[in-house]
Design a protein around this ligand. Structure first.
Ligand SMILES: Nc1nc2c(ncn2[C@@H]2O[C@H](COP(=O)(O)OP(=O)(O)OP(=O)(O)O)[C@@H](O)[C@H]2O)c(=O)[nH]1
Ligand SMILES: [Mg+2]
Length: 216
């Protein structure tokens, strides 16, 4: 196809970035959506978002990624930020222990404001600064297993594992959604009387998600 307009996608998934101030959320976002990195970026004020469309299991998925300030006083109203989010990237800085200790706090916030089925990936960012490391990969892995999160170390500076982190969240979301669609189809088939049934096509779930998985 010669032209592909921006709204041609099968699914739209809203993903939120969370974590303490300075861990690299905005640079992870700019690396993933524009392949840009800024060494002297300023703290985010309010909410920003950027999108990128990519292939997940043969489907065209538009990821709409929301970014806000880690600092309490700059943060936008939390419930609106989390509304409709189906995935979260919870970021800490491997050189700052406090940002890792605060992961529990962010998980609590997700539990309070986000959908209980939200897919969460924990990212230990700034892996390029290994000589300044204050959080071991093992400690992070233990926490991830305890909390049932996926985990990767990333570097927005070196573009390491950024792509993989988002691909992995989006794939997990897609698998959950397609399983649900299949279950709905099976339920409909088993309750429908012969000749009166409504067929729910898995392919239709693209529209379902365009309406329900994103608040904008
Ligand atoms: N060495 C290194 N520095 C990074 C990396 N990612 C971000 N930084 C730097 O860390 C600082 C903070 O990055 P931001 O992306 O602004 O952090 P943030 O989490 O968005 O911060 P808030 O908006 O205040 O919540 C900047 O100076 C970035 O250049 C990385 O992977 N490696
Ligand atoms: Mg920021």
């Amino acid at each position: 196809m010669a032209h592909r307009v921006d709204n041609e996608y099968d699914y739209l998934f809203k993903i939120v970035l969370i974590g303490d101030s300075g861990v690299g959320k905005s640079n992870i976002l700019s690396r993933f959506t524009r392949n840009e990195f800024c060494l002297e970026s300023k703290s985010t004020i309010g909410v920003e978002f950027a999108t990128r469309t990519l292939q997940v299991d043969g489907k065209t998925v538009k990821a709409q990624i929301w970014d806000t300030a880690g600092q309490e006083r700059y943060r936008a109203i939390t419930s609106a930020y989390y509304r409709g989010a189906v995935g979260a990237l919870l970021v800490y800085d491997i050189t700052k222990r406090q940002t890792f200790d605060n992961v529990q706090r962010w998980l609590r916030e997700l539990r309070d404001h986000a959908d209980s089925n939200i897919v969460i990936m924990m990212a230990g960012n700034k892996s390029d600064l290994n000589h300044l490391r204050a959080v071991s990969e093992d400690d992070a892995q233990v926490l991830a297993e305890k909390e049932g999160l996926s985990f990767l170390e990333t570097s927005a500076l070196e573009a390491l594992n950024i792509e993989k982190a988002f691909q992995s969240i989006l794939t997990e979301i897609y698998h959950i959604i397609s399983k649900k669609a299949l279950a709905a189809q099976e339920a409909a088939n088993s309750t429908a009387l012969p000749g009166q049934g409504t067929t729910i096509n898995v392919a239709d779930t693209g529209n379902f998600n365009k309406r329900n998985c994103c608040s904008t």
